[in-house]
Design a protein around this ligand. Structure first.
Ligand code: T3D
Length: 262
C-alpha cells in the first residue's frame, strides 16, 4: 500500500514499514514527502493493527535532509522558521510521542535533518558503510529536527559541538560506539536484522513498550522523584493491561506469551 510515491508504505506482521523514496535525491525532503511521511506516522498513531514502525530509505542513501533544490536563493528569502514549524517539528513530535517502537534502518548517508530524524527514532540500526553528517553548518544553517537536543543528550556537549560545527561525517560504527545509534550491522544484513527486530517488537506487549518509551523520554527533564512517581503511575496502568496478565500466565504455565497489544 502506498500513500504517495515519495513514501512507500507496507504493513506486515504488525510492522508498518515506511520507506523514504526519492532515491535520485538521496531521499531529500520535499513537501510531498513530508506530507506522506506525516500521514504514515499519523496512521501508526491511529491504527491499532500497527504495533511498530520501521523507517528506512530507498536506494543508496537514507536521507539527505531538506531538498536544497527547493531553496534556490534566486527565488527569494525563505522563512525557514515556518518550514520547521510546519514540517520538521510535527514529524519529530509524531515520532517521539508514538507509544509504539520506531525502528530506523539507516541504509546509507544520513545528512542534515536526515541524521537527526534517525537519532530521534527509538532503536536505530545502520549499515556499516552509512555515515551521519550534520550538514547544516556547510550551508550556514543551525541543526534542526531535534539535533541540538538529542546530540548533547546522547553524546555530550564536546562531541555535539565538534560534529555540528565541523560537519565531519561520522561512521556508523563510531555512531554506535558513542551511543548515537543502537548498532552498526553488515550492509547486506541491515534490512533482515531491522525487520526481524521490528517484527519481534510488534509481537510484544505494545502498551507496556509504549509506556516504557514515554518513561525513558521523560527522564530527560524529570527529577528522580518525578521519575519515581511516573514509574508508579505507568506501572499501575501496565498492571491492568491484558498483556501483563498474559505475560504472567505464560510464565507460570511455562509457555510462550501471545501478546495482543492491549
Ligand atoms: O530548508 C528548510 O526547510 C530548513 C530545514 C533544513 C533541514 C536540512 O536538512 S538542511 C541540510 C540539507 N542537506 C544538505 O545540506 C546535504 C546536501 N547533500 C550533501 O552534502 C551530499 O549530497 C551528501 C553528503 C548527502 C552525499 O554526498 P554524495 O557524494 O554521496 O552524493 P551526491 O553526488 O552529492 O548526491 C547524489 C544526488 O543527490 C545528487 O544529484 P545529481 O547530481 O546526481 O542529480 C545531489 O544533488 C542530490 N542531493 C543530495 N542531497 C541533496 C540532493 N538534492 C537536493 N537536496 C539535497 N539535500
Amino acid at each position: 500500500m502506498s500513500t504517495s510515491d515519495t513514501i512507500l508504505s507496507a504493513l506486515a506482521d504488525g510492522v508498518l514499514t515506511l520507506t523514504l523514496n526519492r532515491p535520485d535525491k538521496l531521499n531529500a525532503f520535499n513537501e510531498e514527502m513530508h506530507l506522506a511521511l506525516r500521514a504514515g506516522f499519523e496512521r501508526a498513531h491511529a491504527d491499532g493493527t500497527v504495533r511498530a514502525v520501521l523507517l528506512t530509505g530507498a536506494g543508496r542513501g537514507f536521507c539527505a535532509g531538506q531538498d536544497l533544490g527547493d531553496r534556490d536563493p534566486k527565488k527569494g528569502v525563505p522563512d525557514l522558521g515556518h518550514t520547521i514549524e510546519t514540517f520538521y517539528n510535527p514529524l519529530l513530535r509524531l515520532i517521539r510521542s508514538l507509544e509504539k517502537p520506531v525502528i530506523c534502518a539507516v541504509n546509507g548517508v544520513a545528512a542534515g535533518a536526515g541524521a537527526n530524524i534517525a537519532f530521534a527514532c527509538d532503536i536505530t540500526l545502520a549499515a556499516r558503510s552509512a555515515r551521519f553528517i550534520q550538514a547544516f553548518s556547510k550551508i550556514g544553517l543551525v541543526p534542526d529536527s531535534g539535533g541540538t537536543w538529542s546530540l548533547p543528550h546522547l553524546i555530550g556537549e564536546a562531541r555535539a559541538k565538534a560534529l555540528t560545527l565541523t560537519a565531519e561525517p561520522l561512521g556508523a560504527e563510531t555512531a554506535a560506539d558513542w551511543g548515537l545509534i543502537w548498532r552498526a550491522v553488515d550492509d547486506d544484513k541491515l534490512m533482515e536484522e531491522a525487520t526481524a527486530l521490528a517484527t519481534r517488537l510488534a509481537a510484544g506487549p505494545t502498551r507496556g513498550l509504549g509506556m516504557t518509551k514515554r518513561a525513558i523520554q521523560a527522564a530527560a527533564t524529570n527529577s528522580l522523584d518525578q521519575q519515581l512517581d511516573l514509574e508508579r503511575d505507568l506501572q499501575r496502568e501496565a498492571g491492568r493491561s491484558a498483556d501483563y496478565a498474559e505475560g504472567v500466565s505464560a510464565f507460570l504455565e511455562k509457555r510462550k506469551p501471545e501478546f495482543k497489544g492491549k
